[in-house]
Design a protein around this ligand. Sequence first.
Ligand SMILES: Nc1ncnc2c1ncn2[C@@H]1O[C@H](COP(=O)(O)OP(=O)(O)OP(=O)(O)O)[C@@H](O)[C@H]1O
Length: 642
Amino acid sequence: DLAADRAALLALRSSVGGRTLFWNISSQSPCAWAGVRCEQNRVTGLRLPGVALAGEIPLGIFANLTQLRTLSLRLNSLSGQVPSDLGRCENLRNLYLQGNHFSGEIPEFLFGLHDLVRLNLGGNNFSGEISTGFNNLTRLRTLLLDTNALSGSVPDLGALENLGQFNVSNNLLNGSIPKTLQKFGSDAFLGNLLCGQPLEKPCPATAGSTNASEPANPTANPTDGNQKKKSNLSGGAIAGIVIGSVLGFLLIVMILILFRKKSSKRSRSIDIASIKNQELENVPGEKSGGDMENGGYGNGYSVAAAAAAAMTGGGGGVKGGGEANGAGAKKLVFFGNAARVFDLEDLLRASAEVLGKGTFGTAYKAVLEGGNAVAVKRLKDVTISEREFKDKIEGVGAMDHQNLVPLRAYYFSRDEKLLVYDYMPMGSLSALLHGNKGAGRTPLNWDIRSGIALGAARGIEYLHSQGANISHGNIKSSNILLNKSYEARVSDFGLAHLVGPSSTPNRVAGYRAPEVTDPRKVSQKADVYSFGVLLLELLTGKAPTHSILNEEGIDLPRWVQSVVREEWTSEVFDLELLRYQNLEEEMVQLLQLAVDCCAQYPDNRPSMSEVTTRIEELRRSSLREDFDAQPDKVNDAADDSR
Ligand SMILES: Nc1ncnc2c1ncn2[C@@H]1O[C@H](COP(=O)(O)OP(=O)(O)OP(=O)(O)O)[C@@H](O)[C@H]1O
């Protein structure tokens, strides 16, 4: 039961980690201790990566943790044999022991853990042969035994039909590589005395070896034949590649020139001069901005046109920035010390493109004469008085944090309310995740995604720190914008309080916490829920809403929970992320955080500062892993050059 689980954890702590595990041991339940996961009143997960555990784990601990499904003790200094009572944890699916000093043979009891899906014993001192007993573990998808002292030959593991990740590099193995494992790249086998595919080194054709059936005559040896072919081809191939690349390059240059011509024409066509003549009568209406997430560039009204129309009733032709002066001429009002490098007239002259249409109005990119770009949001449905608007927007303008999109200025008149923000050149996280999926798209690796998660969390944490009743109210991936280095900036904060109740789009629905009934009254804990959905979106690559972006119509939190409950954890991740599989543990930790944020009851959700700390920690741990991997890479390189 849970008390026995707790006692086992304390025994582990006092034997190998007394100084390093800062668990609150006065608590009767271990479930809130760092690294411990419980389900139905039992400990089912224990993840203690890189926390300086050291020494031998005595027998008698794991015999009590019988409901464990995931055990991670990687990147510690544990030594001796893996305790045999771990064999009692029959539900174990994921076992990560890499990066320790475990020694002895790979324990036989592992072959009785039939539910194992992931097994990583890499970077230890295991010796002896690799047993064919692994064939009992038919659910195994990952088997990593690299960087140990394993000897003998590599057994045929043909029964492991699901095996997708395999590595025995840097051991003392010899002989030929069995056919069933040849599909794994050469990296999986380097640093041994192995021969045959996929290594460059052919096996000697001696009787008894697996390649014995191959003809002894070297000219008839298919491996040699392949090599010859390769070297014959290489001259022609190189020429082909060079010519192909040059042609490809020229084609791209031509397309770019054509595209630039076209787009400069387009942006000229929405220049203020033409708008003033042609489009002013259209201004009060609003056109949909085409593809909302991806910009739909160039098919909207100019912000200048909008403002110009408003100006005609308010005095027109004003010069200079400065304070708003009530009735009559209306001007842009700037916040704080922001450089007043443009004024309303400059905005009028700017060429503008529609970025998209959102809950509160339409957003435009306006390129000022000097080439500087700003984003202008034209608010709709503002029903509050100028005084009230001014008070509220000044609160928004006062927010100052590196992970927020700064609001630079606003414009208020009877017919027009404009907000001027810094323009974020890389667009939104939404466009990045769900936009261009084709070639040429920047792959979003773990570092970028977890960095975006951290930046966004810090921005929201800052907002929450400004007062217990200050919340964002509209956290979603189109409101997380990115600068050129993919740093996240949270936008649109505070706007939910400026507009009327009619502006509640369906698109927000996927992010909204279950307890929220009035979108203008969103608590900090409801922000945490929305942030949890955003994390799920980052990890799964799936949009959570029922909009056009999501053909599957997924309630993301519920789907993820169902998959995680079934322990197909790796199935939920975006395929692009799975390429970085040695980071799966950190991904699982972020997934767990996301699930915690999406708890049904607000009180069960973490605070935003807790969220930030947890993301910082798991990013530190992946950095550490990168760092720890470096010496191996250096060794590999040294081995190769020998
Ligand atoms: N400062 C900015 N820089 C670059 N792109 C922006 C900027 N502000 C908004 N956008 C983009 O313009 C589009 C419309 O934004 P807007 O904020 O009006 O709507 P939304 O984010 O889709 O929905 P909501 O109004 O509910 O936040 C979005 O794709 C958004 O990413």
